[in-house]
Design a protein around this ligand. Structure first.
Ligand code: CDP
Ligand code: MG
Length: 805
């Protein structure tokens, strides 16, 4: 039977975090398809986890806290002192004269909130100040304690650690180091560690008292990443005592929370009246120019490119910073600009000249989370005199990275955000959506233009959209993203005895903003179906503990554990490691092991070679194929170049694979058996690998359908943000598909040219359309019932069904 044509339907309920996002766009129509409708179409039904409360109890968020605060705006003082020098030495940063005052305050209070403009020296200087002060000097303690500084982003942790090591004249990894997932550059000698917030959370799983640290600075707290919020809750418990009246276990620990925006009152309130230390800004006026997208060009990437051209043609000096949404968009813009560069310099009668008389040329520099290290360093280096830097960045340039010399900002008003879309039937799908930023982010982005001289910010949206459609502040991730991993970590730490305690606000954790209940419920269902929770009590199982020990998304951890039973551990290790390459940044994976050369003819050749790698069974098999071939070549660099594969990506995958294998080796094999033979166990190596992925990603099943006459896939839940017609005209068609619960196989996927009737996917990402990335063909529908019996049951030979509640 051919699948029915998709039509938009009304959602009855969506995750509260997602609905917060929706609220900012008054006229968004929720066209989400409900889970139960999907179920009937697929003949799939699903069971609620026994620990779930009745449906009526879910769906209300307890975010009154988050609405309570209204930050009084405090404009940064504009000084007119010209500051031509692009790089400031540590001795004349805005924070420098305030050193003693800050240290005294930290001495007197367990928690201090620090607020200051980007570039004032918070991240690089404060840990050094603490280290040098005998009151906090870590060397008195035996064994010596460290000073930690967390970052929401990998790129920032690495780049800032490099910078501080240089300032302290030591080698990276000695007194100053960094620690990010799968890459630990610290040693016994390390006294200042820059870590991603996820890594510190991981350390907390082994030691929830943070006893290795004398002071912990939670940087960029205003971003409200999920890991930062959990760390804040754990630290609050350690220094101020638990919400249930528990005594503080680390009264000596110093906590510093920094924030570039002015939402300090909320943090101060949360830490029971912690003092707020303000570093006066050293910024220049920024003129805001509104250029809302019109019909043409309707594409924000094109529009941004157009603005860069116009700014460049005006001929005044100063670098350009463009805020885009992800690696793919950045690469598209870079390609467009490079095509146009020739025209720009040839039609250069605008008098664009550099000091030495040579025409000013545009040097395009991409900046995104998964970019290679050497590329990162280029962003910070000043450009040669006849080159104008044009940095095409994601959110990472908003505050985490300080880039000097920028005079022009082009702000698309968008960023890629994780949004978990829960559905009526329970469960749901996390999507990476392109969604409007908050006003706080817009102000922050504009500020990037005024760091070293007066600047200009071109906004690709209207003043009206800014005032009436953007949220004041971003919705905290804990109220809009998948919280399964966090729930598992908290259970493993023993901070909460049972997952249900989180629902009822028990367990001694006080949140800055409580996680949305719908998200907690969906996470618990997922963890239960992954066998990490035991049903009735919601406590962690042995499988759950193993999953927690693996530094992976719980679903990928499950893939590895399932591969043990399916006897394809080696392949699964490879595939998971390859998937982890480049992930963990601000936009999920998106890292790609394949090279995408810029030159058109090289591009065609790369495409051709890539097509040869593609495996009809899906992307994990393709990745294993590439890795194995590289292994056979003796891990040769030359092999990578010849096959258009990124050397560094493969080297990193090899390292990740080694680390994951070490963890797996800790446990005796044979954990549990999957189903009773049948389709899966008799299968070949490729099928077994796909089965392991199905065992982890079962909830992300998608079935082929026709959508507006074109082959597409129905996915579990539609996004709450639906149609963003108000802020950005002309972006309706992409969102319409998303709102209808339809997505497409990403063109880079191995299954793009060979779409199977049923698949599971790892990620749902929106770029121009909603795309499924990393797809795995599920050749036999019975696999779902066999590999995820908690989620699906067999109805007849052809149709596994989601288990009815
Ligand atoms: O954290 P905050 O934004 O307050 O400033 P910071 O990151 O400590 O930066 C202070 C100074 O160090 C700025 O002038 C940056 O340009 C410089 N810096 C750098 O050159 N390279 C880095 N990787 C980080 C900072
Ligand atoms: Mg900083």
């Amino acid at each position: 039977a051919s699948p029915p044509r998709q039509r938009p339907r009304r959602a009855t309920r969506v995750a509260s975090g997602a609905s917060l996002l929706r609220k900012s766009f008054g006229e968004l129509s929720a066209a989400a398809r409900t889970g139960s409708e999907l179920v009937s179409r697929w003949h799939l039904q699903r069971q609620r986890a026994p620990a779930d409360p009745a449906p009526g109890e879910a769906g209300q968020t307890t975010s009154s806290q988050s609405r309570r605060r209204k930050e009084q705006g405090q404009p940064s003082p504009h000084r007119s002192t010209p500051n031509a020098a692009a790089t400031l030495s540590p001795s004349d940063l805005p924070i420098t004269p305030l050193r003693e005052a800050l240290l005294d305050l930290v001495h007197q209070h367990p928690v201090v909130i620090v607020v200051g403009e980007t570039g004032s020296g918070k991240t690089t200087q404060i840990p050094q100040y603490l280290l040098a002060d005998p009151r906090f000097g870590s060397d008195r303690h035996a064994p010596p304690q460290r000073i930690a500084c967390t970052q929401p982003r990998r790129v920032a942790a690495v780049s800032v650690a490099r910078r501080v090591a240089a300032e302290m004249h030591c080698e990276l990894g000695t007194r100053v180091g960094y620690s990010i997932r799968f890459d630990d550059r610290t040693s016994a000698e390390t006294r200042i560690a820059y870590l991603t917030d996820g890594m510190l959370l991981r350390e907390a799983m082994a030691d929830v008292r943070f006893s290795a640290y004398r002071a912990i600075m939670i940087d960029e707290a205003h971003e409200r990443s999920i890991n930062t919020d959990v760390l804040l809750a754990l630290l609050r418990r350690s220094v101020l005592g638990g919400g249930d009246g528990g005594a503080p276990d680390r009264p000596d620990l110093k906590v510093i929370v920094t924030s570039a925006t002015l939402n300090a009152a909320h943090f101060a309130d949360y830490f029971q009246g912690a003092p707020v230390f303000r570093i006066p800004g050293r910024s220049f006026p920024v003129e805001v120019v509104w250029r809302p997208l019109t019909r043409r060009p309707a594409d924000y990437v094109q529009a941004a490119v157009q603005q860069v051209r116009e700014v460049h043609a005006r001929g005044e000096p100063g670098d350009i910073l463009v805020f885009l949404t992800g690696q793919e968009e950045i690469e598209a813009a870079a390609a467009a600009l490079e095509r146009q560069l020739e025209d720009i310099s040839r039609a250069d009668d605008t008098g664009n000249t550099a000091p030495d008389g040579a025409p000013l040329r545009l040097g395009v520099l991409p900046a995104y989370a998964a970019m290679p290290a050497e590329q990162q360093q280029r962003i910070f280096r000043p450009a040669p005199p006849n080159i104008r830097k044009c940095i095409l960045a994601t959110n990472i340039a908003e505050a985490s990275l300080t880039i000097d010399g920028v005079r022009y900002v082009v702000d698309t008003g968008l960023s890629k955000q994780r949004v978990f879309c829960a559905t009526d039937g329970g469960g749901g799908v996390e999507r990476l959506l392109i969604a409007p930023i908050s006003r706080a982010s817009a102000v922050q982005r504009a500020g990037r233009a005024g760091r070293t001289a007066p600047g200009v910010c071109v906004r690709l949206y209207s003043a009206r959209a800014f005032a009436s459609e953007m949220l004041e502040e971003p919705v905290p991730e804990v109220q809009r993203a998948d919280v399964a991993s966090v729930v598992l970590s908290l259970l493993e730490m023993g901070v909460v005895p049972r997952a249900t305690a989180l629902l009822h606000g028990q367990g001694g954790l006080e949140w800055l903003d409580a996680p949305a209940e719908a998200l907690l419920l969906a996470a618990m269902q997922m963890l239960w179906a992954l066998r990490a929770l035991d049903g009735p009590s919601g406590s962690i199982t042995d499988v759950g503990r193993r999953m927690a020990a693996l530094p992976l998304d719980p679903r990928l951890a499950r893939v590895l554990l399932a591969s043990v039973d399916l006897q394809c551990v080696s392949e699964a290790l490879t595939a998971v490691a390859m998937l982890c390459v480049g992930s963990g940044g601000d936009s999920g994976s998106g890292g790609d092991v394949f090279l995408r050369p810029r030159h058109p003819s090289a591009q065609r050749e790369a495409e051709r070679v890539r097509a040869e790698w593609q495996h009809p069974a899906g992307d994990p098999c393709t990745l294993v194929r590439v890795y194995d071939a590289w292994e056979c070549s003796g891990y040769a660099d030359g092999w990578c170049a010849a096959h258009y594969v990124q050397v560094r990506a493969l080297q990193r995958a090899r390292e990740i694979r080694r680390q994951l294998a070490d963890i797996l080796r800790r446990w005796p094999t044979r954990t549990e058996r999957c189903g009773d033979g049948g389709a899966v166990t008799a299968a070949s190596r490729d099928a077994r690998l796909n089965a392991a992925f199905t065992a982890g990603l079962f909830a992300n099943a998608a079935r082929r359908c026709l959508y507006e006459g074109v082959g597409a896939y129905t996915v579990d839940a539609a996004p709450a943000t639906g149609r963003r017609t108000t802020c950005k005209d002309g972006r309706r068609s992409r969102s319409a598909a998303a709102a209808d619960g339809v997505a497409y196989i990403h063109p880079s996927s191995a299954l793009f040219h060979n779409p199977p009737p049923l698949l599971v996917y790892y990620e749902l990402v929106e770029t121009r359309r909603p795309y499924l990335r990393c797809c795995v063909a599920v050749p036999d529908a019975r696999w779902l019932a066999q590999l995820a019996p908690q989620w699906y049951r067999q109805v007849d030979a052809e149709a596994p069904a989601r288990i009815p509640p």
